[in-house]
Design a protein around this ligand. Structure first.
Ligand SMILES: [Zn+2]
Length: 79
């Protein structure tokens, strides 16, 4: 039988608990950032009228649905 002190058992319990909580937090944060990246992947902002729209076509210069201006595919940055 392995003899350990109560202090060591409490330490092991807290260590495993906090490691599990930290791991779950990291996993959920990674999922949230991935979901956010996928949500804004095809989003564009018109350089003329600042209208934001989605365009999933492979066209290199998509037209703005509001004003018709052709826009480059710059990476969209949210605040
Ligand atoms: Zn526009």
């Amino acid at each position: 039988m392995i003899r350990v002190s109560l202090t060591f058992l409490v330490f092991i319990y807290l260590f495993l608990f906090l490691t599990t909580v930290f791991g779950v937090w990291l996993w959920l944060e990674w999922k949230r950032q991935r979901r956010e990246r996928l949500a804004i992947r095809n989003r564009l902002r018109c350089s003329l009228c600042a209208f934001e729209f989605e365009d999933a076509t492979p066209e290199p210069l998509p037209c703005c649905p509001s004003c018709g201006q052709r826009n480059e595919r710059n990476p969209f940055r949210s605040l």
